[in-house]
Design a protein around this ligand. Structure first.
Ligand code: 5GP
Ligand code: ZN
Length: 111
């Protein structure tokens, strides 16, 4: 399968890896939208996070837990987790991922 994030998990495409476990990989986004912009992805290919939660709820939980732990390690007291699902919502890589964004303020609701 020709999947960018599967290649990052396999080490075939370089990335600034923050953490890697048997089940998920954490790396810096190549086009950061905030001072901290980290992606957390399952090592196994799923199209989106809803599919992860459906197929393997424990893995979905691990990914959320990792996001909170990494935010704490970095010292972020406020942060945003973002999950774009479907092209219409801005998903551009169809390997499940959670964005962890921090280090600036985020207006809500978006204007
Ligand atoms: P999406 O738009 O699918 O929610 O998020 C995909 C993210 O992957 C984007 O924020 C984009 O900047 C990031 N991205 C795309 N290609 C690469 C790459 O080759 N390396 C890294 N580290 N991030 C990438
Ligand atoms: Zn993949």
């Amino acid at each position: 399968m020709d999947c960018l994030f599967c290649k990052i998990v396999a080490g075939e495409i370089p990335a600034a890896i923050v953490k890697k476990t048997k089940t998920f990989t954490v790396f810096n986004d190549i086009t950061p939208q905030a001072p901290t912009h980290i992606l957390i992805i399952p090592n196994q290919h799923f199209e989106n996070m809803a599919e992860v939660a459906d197929a393997d709820p424990a893995l979905a939980g691990e990914i959320f837990k990792a996001a909170g732990e990494i935010a704490a390690e970095i010292g972020l007291d406020s942060y945003r987790m973002n999950i774009n699902t479907g092209a219409g919502a801005g998903q551009s890589v169809f390997h499940a991922h959670l964005h962890l964004l921090g280090g600036r303020s985020f207006a809500w609701p978006p204007g």
